[in-house]
Design a protein around this ligand. Structure first.
Ligand SMILES: C[S@@+](CC[C@H](N)C(=O)[O-])C[C@H]1O[C@@H](n2cnc3c(N)ncnc32)[C@H](O)[C@@H]1O
Length: 203
């Protein structure tokens, strides 16, 4: 997976870079989201893992510590720098790349598992289909996407767009089997937010 350097300019990459530089990153608890930990305990973690929208790499680090080859991609160069530092501190061999989840440029690389903490919910509705298409391209048949984000009861003045189950069902209607879509907690540094957890299997 080559990834693309989209971290320059005034677009979303610059906005996310600024968040990491100013440390205004309430999502970055440093620990894997418990909803993902629970879902993985239930459905299993297999093969090579992609942490999509990895930020400082928490979920890639978590997967690698369980013995899985892991890759992290994020549109923010600052996030990726921090992720690389954290992997080096823990002596973990993880490939972190700057890249756009809506244009993965995967170069044939495939994964058995994709972990998404807080990326899908960062897109407006029009980004959902593109996201599902890109993830569908890199996930092997039978591979699983675990995603968690703000749910229907989340505050609307906090940043991300709360997800409702219909968003997930619409985005993953074709070529995916929904294993679960349920209410969950999305932890932030400030508070626990009502979230939504989904596990989707690529057909
Ligand atoms: C809410 S943060 C979650 C970060 C990380 N997953 C975690 O749990 O700490 C969302 C992340 O998605 C990244 N992001 C936003 N748009 C992206 C895109 N189009 N492609 C890749 N990453 C993106 C941001 O830079 C940010 O790191």
């Amino acid at each position: 997976m080559s990834g693309k350097d989209e971290s320059s300019g005034d677009g979303p990459a610059a906005w996310w870079d600024e968040r990491y530089e100013s440390e205004e990153t309430p999502w970055d608890t440093g620990e894997p989201q418990p909803a993902l930990v629970d879902a993985v305990a239930e459905y299993g973690l297999s093969g090579q893992v992609l942490d999509i929208g990895c930020g400082t790499g928490t979920h890639a680090l978590w997967a690698a510590e369980q013995g899985h080859p892991a890759v992290g991609i994020d549109i923010s160069e600052r996030g990726i720098e921090r992720a690389r530092e954290r992997a080096a501190d823990r002596d973990l061999d993880i490939r972190f790349r700057v890249g756009n989840a809506l244009d993965l440029d995967a170069d044939g690389e495939a994964f058995e598992t994709v972990l998404d903490s807080g990326l899908f919910h960062a897109f407006e509705t029009e980004g959902h289909a593109a996201y599902a298409a890109e993830v569908g391209e890199v996930l092997r048949p039978g591979g699983r996407l675990f995603l968690v984000g703000f749910g229907p009861d989340a505050p609307t003045d906090f940043g991300p767009v709360p997800m409702v189950p219909a968003d997930v069902r619409e985005a993953f209607a074709d070529g995916w089997t929904e294993l679960v879509c349920r209410e969950a907690v999305f932890e932030t540094q400030a508070m626990d937010v009502p979230g939504l957890l989904a596990v989707l299997e690529r057909e």
